[in-house]
Design a protein around this ligand. Structure first.
Ligand SMILES: [Fe+2]
Length: 303
């Protein structure tokens, strides 16, 4: 998930008609306009573990290299890292069978994401490109909201490659390969969700500061914490839910109010990043989310 940020210059000409993006239309990755990329925070469980810091820095340097070469470098994950993955992925898989949206469950299989080993961004990237024209671009840390969301307008998702610290397999304060590949990446195989994400990206490129804040809330209550109706039941599709056992169980508990999705409410709903979410929003379909968002983004020019 992106961080709050300073704004950059909004782009004037904008169209939401170019769904697929050709290789030749992509901006050069070496020109990624990142003013600052977050490094390891002091409250990270691995902050005082020298070995962990070195390893995280090494994997981050592989991600960074992508901007010069345009080629994703596979990570040679250690046995310890694979063990963290197996532990978290197995526990999440059990909960997914109960709570995840059927589309998500199928997508995870289609992408070859298993409980056995950490998937490489390169392999998921190849499959995604075939399915919906979405791409993955490695990144070494959190970036500013506008920069992060803007890449979605080219159907590009920035993804970290390192994994959380072994002392807290259930928790990470920053995105890691578990959050990206178990949380985010499967949903980009859904054509309507992919288009929706692209619209949010287009919006970020032309939004004023207030609109960017609204887009950040929309992203939060859908891409991160979204619920969807399926045959009379409520299921999870948000990455923040699907990649965290605590959040996922909490989302279906009595402590949470699950409201029907309403764009106006969502874009004005202030949330606290660090707390469990007391209110979540349920969409009726990804297609509906896409169409409501298209109209909203198209109104940006007139406000
Ligand atoms: Fe995220």
């Amino acid at each position: 998930m992106p961080t709050e940020s300073a704004s950059t210059t909004a782009e004037a000409d904008f169209s939401v008609s170019n769904y697929r993006v050709k290789d030749t239309e992509l901006p050069a990755f070496k020109d990624m306009p990142f003013e600052d990329i977050e490094e390891l925070h002091l409250d990270h469980p691995g902050a005082s573990d020298e070995e962990y810091r070195k390893r995280r820095d090494h994997i981050a340097s592989l991600s960074k290299k992508f901007r010069e070469t345009g080629v994703i470098t596979d990570v040679d994950y250690t046995e310890e890292e694979q063990g963290i993955w197996r532990h978290v992925a197995t526990r999440l898989e059990e909960l997914h069978q109960k709570y995840a949206s059927p589309f998500y469950l199928k997508a995870k299989k289609d992408l070859g994401i298993t409980t056995e080993r950490i998937p490489q961004l390169s392999e998921m990237n190849r499959r995604l490109k075939e399915l919906t024209g979405f791409r993955l671009a490695p990144i070494e840390g959190l970036v500013a909201t506008r920069a992060f969301l803007s890449w979605l307008s080219w159907r590009v998702m920035l993804s970290t490659q390192y994994i959380r610290h072994h002392s807290r397999p259930d928790y990470t304060p920053e995105p890691d390969i578990v959050h990206e590949s178990i949380g985010h990446i499967p949903m980009f195989t859904n054509p309507a969700f992919a288009d929706y994400s692209q619209f949010v990206g287009h919006g970020a490129r032309i939004a004023n500061d207030k609109q960017l804040e609204e887009l950040g809330r929309l992203y939060w209550f859908t891409v991160e914490f979204g619920l969807v109706e399926h045959e009379g039941e409520i299921k999870a599709y948000g990455a923040g839910l699907l990649s965290s056992y605590g959040e996922l169980e909490h989302a279906f508990s009595d402590e949470v109010e699950r409201r029907p999705f309403d764009l106006e409410q969502v874009i004005n709903h202030d949330y606290t990043y660090s707390d469990m979410q007391p209110v979540l929003y349920v969409i009726t379909s990804y297609a509906e989310l896409k169409e409501v968002t298209r109209k909203y983004i198209e109104s940006f020019g007139s406000k």
